[in-house]
Design a binder for this molecule. Structure first.
Ligand SMILES: Nc1ncnc2c1ncn2[C@@H]1O[C@@H]2COP(=O)(O)O[C@H]2[C@H]1O
Length: 321
């Protein structure tokens, strides 16, 4: 009787252990499939395995978007979408406010309806410096490069701008010629709205001040960056430029925050006020320290919190001072 009970008890225990092991293996296999790069997400019951895999995918995105630290406000967070209570260090990214963020869906859609949609190939020039400002382009997809040419024909890239921006607004609202040229860095789509229609739209919705305020904020940020550049070491200068571009047009990718430059990497040198050879050397140093992954026409920021620290002039492990 005792033996029978003991056997029954043992086989119960074994089958429980087997089931637990099975669950574990299935869960790990599923989560591993879904989260090869997401890191451990804990062991869950088999019934939850699919949800765990979905969650791992979401986590990766959550982590990447939150991991894109610009504001360096670190906090402990958990995944709200699946309530799996996965805790970790998360950092919130403060992306630049643009026109799209400043208006309701209704107003944005009304603006799009005022124009006609156009597609632009990489390299296409949307606005020419010095030309009459007869329209604005409401950018809905892609990234553009803004640059100015000086009297000697040298061009200075000022910034990159992304979807949700109104391009050519300075000339139209201030009734001036184009202050800069704008070209598509990637494939772009936008709605061209005539100057008169945009002015009426901005007045109707009391948006003239908002558009000008966004422009002033942008110019102030550029001035702030330029002022900082003068005092910083080369690696901090380049890091500051990359961090600023990430705030403008960075998008989450599997490796980190991808910044599509739409120009050879050497052009970053001009933005960071240094020679091309020095810029390439610094990029290699940042790459060796695991902070960035340079591509042909893009740079992926692998560790934005550290790059932000470098931009602020702090010393970072792995980067030679
Ligand atoms: N410093 C800048 N930062 C961002 N965008 C700019 C900057 N300078 C010019 N632009 C944009 O480039 C456009 C060129 O034509 P506009 O001057 O009409 O309007 C300008 C802005 O939309």
């Amino acid at each position: 009787m005792f033996r029978a009970c003991h056997r029954a008890d043992t086989s119960l225990k074994e089958s429980r252990q087997d089931r637990r092991r099975d669950r574990l293996l299935r869960t790990l296999a599923l989560t591993h499939a879904g989260a090869a790069r997401a890191g451990p997400i804990g062991i869950r019951p088999a019934a939850d395995a699919q949800r765990a895999a979905d969650c791992a995918e979401r986590h990766r995105l959550v982590e990447i978007s939150l991991g894109a630290a610009l504001s360096a406000t670190r906090h402990r967070g958990s995944c709200r979408s699946c309530r799996c209570r996965r805790r970790g260090l998360m950092v919130s990214m403060r992306q630049r406010r643009n026109f799209r963020d400043s208006v309701t869906d209704e107003i944005w859609n009304e603006l799009l309806l005022l124009g006609h949609r156009k597609l632009f190939r990489p390299g296409h020039i949307l606005l020419h410096q010095g030309a009459d400002a007869s329209s604005v382009i409401v950018l809905t997809e892609g990234i553009v490069r803004v640059w100015q040419s000086d009297d000697q024909g040298r061009s200075l890239t000022m910034t990159l701008r992304g979807p949700g921006e109104v391009l050519g607004e300075y000339g139209v609202l201030l009734e001036r010629r184009r202050s800069a040229s704008v070209a598509a860095s990637t494939r772009c789509a936008g709605h061209t709205v005539s100057a008169a229609a945009f002015q009426r739209f901005a007045e109707r919705h009391h948006l003239t001040a908002t558009v000008l305020q966004l422009a002033v904020e942008r110019l102030e940020q550029r001035e702030h960056l330029d002022a900082g550049l003068a005092h910083l070491r080369p690696e901090s200068r380049l890091a500051a430029v990359l961090v600023a571009l990430a705030a403008e047009v960075g998008s989450p990718s599997a490796e980190g925050i991808r910044v599509d430059l739409g120009m050879p990497r050497e052009h970053l040198a001009v933005m960071a006020s240094m020679s091309r050879s020095l810029a390439l050397q610094v990029l290699r140093q940042l790459q060796a320290a695991g902070l960035v992954l340079p591509g042909r026409q893009h740079v992926t920021i692998v560790d934005l919190p550290k790059l932000t620290a470098v931009a602020a002039g702090e010393s970072v492990q792995g980067l030679k001072p």
